[in-house]
Design a protein around this ligand. Structure first.
Ligand SMILES: [Fe+2]
Ligand SMILES: [Fe+2]
Length: 333
């Protein structure tokens, strides 16, 4: 999944042009990107472009692996073998997304150890949506429908990101996210259409809790999103936060109607003139609180990640020792 925190982060100093040669390179780079050309790892790029991408791709990678945690909670409690198999496949996909993305970020000259150290020490962000708890089984369906749905909306434009290794990773990721979204929606349909009133109430309860955090996944309003303008100019970002959020609401409300659930927003209304839904104000205080580390599960998520990293040390050591042994054998042969 998941890109919300992407446009949230310290605003780096704009690249300082130091010489005529540098200025020329920058102009040529911007012209290339402006024409829709892709940038490869070996190409010259402005330092600020590199930094922005390292931050965005690593935050994205962290979001994928932290996103495995709320769902992992439900593997042992999935209601049927079929649902358990689907859930395990989805969680495994998210781990795979993390790996593609860490690899894409590594092409920019940062190491996986550096990125993970930043995550584990709390310096790096990941999408705040994963700092909310999964309280009932319907949460798993709603995560697929709304959270993976919002992720797709955010990520499809990234398939055309100017940085080619990121764009290539996103093409594969988006295909898998689309399966995630559909399986979530399908599991909710079953609960709503064939379930008991209690099961239907679980779905409505889950939608009530996940709706607003899902809208927050698109990040702050455009006017409060300091990195967006530069990212748009460099072809890293193609559609603004507010436009993506509107597209998500417009696509999701008809799906909610089919499902037979409502979203917890008294201001939601079709606006025939704009041909879009109007919707209520987001609680940005809550958003910033959770981004700042004070959400319902921030501490728990980080502690689980650090524990998994520490307990996996022997696996990494064994893999390195095995690789070394193989290399020695190949040399001797
Ligand atoms: Fe994912
Ligand atoms: Fe996903």
């Amino acid at each position: 999944m998941y890109t919300q925190a992407m446009s949230v982060g310290p605003q780096d100093q704009a690249a300082k042009v130091q010489s005529a040669e540098e200025a020329q390179k920058l102009a040529a780079f911007e012209a290339r990107v402006g024409e829709g050309e892709f940038v490869e790892a070996k190409d010259w790029m402005p330092e600020h472009y590199r930094k922005t991408l390292v931050r965005q791709i690593s935050q994205h990678a962290h979001s994928e692996i932290v996103g495995m945690l709320p769902e992992g909670n439900w593997v042992t409690r999935a209601p049927t073998l079929k649902r358990k198999a689907i859930l395990m496949a989805k969680i495994q996909d998210e781990g795979g997304h993390g790996l593609y993305l860490y690899s894409a970020a590594e092409t920019l000259g940062t190491s996986r150890d550096q990125m993970l150290e930043a995550l584990h020490s709390g310096k790096a962000k990941y999408s705040s949506i994963f700092n909310y708890p999964t309280l009932n089984w319907a949460d798993i369906g709603v995560i697929g429908w709304l959270v993976d749905g919002a992720a797709i909306m955010n990520q499809v434009p990234l398939c055309r990101c100017s940085y080619a290794p990121y764009a290539r990773a996103m093409i594969r990721i988006c295909r898998e996210e689309s399966f995630h979204q559909r399986q979530g929606y399908e599991s909710l349909l079953v609960m709503m259409q064939k379930g008991t009133p209690e099961q239907q109430a679980l779905v409505q309860d889950a939608v009530n809790r996940w709706w607003w955090p899902s809208l927050m996944m698109f990040g702050p309003h455009d006017k409060d999103s300091p990195n967006s303008e530069q990212s748009m100019r460099w072809g890293i970002k193609r559609i603004s936060n507010d436009d993506l959020r509107q597209k998500f609401v417009d696509a999701t409300i008809p799906q909610a109607e089919v499902l037979g659930v409502t979203v917890p927003d008294p201001d939601l209304k079709w606006n025939a003139e704009r041909e879009h839904y109007d919707f209520g104000a987001i609680d940005w205080d809550e958003f910033w609180r959770v981004v700042g580390g004070d959400g319902p599960c921030n501490r728990e998520r980080l502690a689980t990640r650090v524990k998994a990293w520490d307990e996996g040390a022997w696996v990494r050591e064994a893999a390195l020792a095995h690789a070394k042994k193989q290399a020695t054998k190949a040399q001797a042969a």
